[in-house]
Design a protein around this ligand. Sequence first.
Ligand code: HEC
Length: 196
Amino acid sequence: MSTRKWTIRACAGLALGLGIGFGVADAGSFGERFGFGTAATPADIAKIDIDVMPDGRGAPPGQGTVDEGMRVYNDKCAACHGADLGGVKGTGAAPLIGGRGTLDSGKPKKTVESYYPYASTLFDFTKRTMPFDAPGTLTDNELYAVVAYILNKGNIIDKSTVMNAKTLAAVKMPNRNGFIFFPGGGGHRPDVRNYR
Ligand code: HEC
C-alpha cells in the first residue's frame, strides 16, 4: 500500500473521527481472485451464446417446413397466440401477423409481419423466450418449422420454402427498410454499435 493512500486514509479518519478509509485503499484490488466460482467452459458459453444475426450468423443447423410448423404452432403456440395468429385476449400474447402498412398511420399495429425488419429476430426471440411457459424446450428443427409457418401465414414466404440457416437469412421482411440508421444512438448511446 502506498504512503499516499495511508495519508488519505488517516486524514479521512481524523476529519470524521471514524477511521473509515472510504474504500480508497481498495483501489488497487482489480483483477484479484476471490477463490470461488469456476471458469466458464466452451460448453457453458455455447449454451447461452445463441443469438442469431440478420445475415444468418449464429443460426444453428437444422430445418423445418411450413407443414411441420403448423403442427408445432397448433400444439405449442395457438393457446396464447390464437389459431389465426391474432392473439388471445387475456394471455398477453401479441398478434403475430397483420398490420402491414399501418405503422405510419394513427393506429400502428406492430406484428412480426408488419414490424420486424429481419426474420432472424423471429427465430432468435422464439428460441430464447417461447413458448412463454416453457422457453428453451423447442428443438432447432421445430423452431425453423414454426418460423416458416408464421412467415407463411404472414404472406412473406411461399408454402414450399424450407427454412434453414440460409433461407432464414434470405427472407425479405416487408418492413426491412422501415428503420432509420442511427449510429451510436445519435451520440446518446456510444456503447451501441449499429451496422447494416
Ligand atoms: C403461455 C402463453 C404463450 C405461449 C404458449 C406462447 N407464447 Fe409467444 N408470447 C406470449 C406473451 C405473453 C408474449 C409477449 C411477451 C413480451 O411482451 O415480453 C409473447 C410474444 C411472442 C412473440 C413476440 C411478438 C411481438 O410482438 O414481437 C413471438 C414472435 C412469439 N411470442 C412466438 C411464439 C411462438 C412461436 C410460440 C410457440 C412455439 C409461442 N409464442 C408460445 C405468450 C405465449
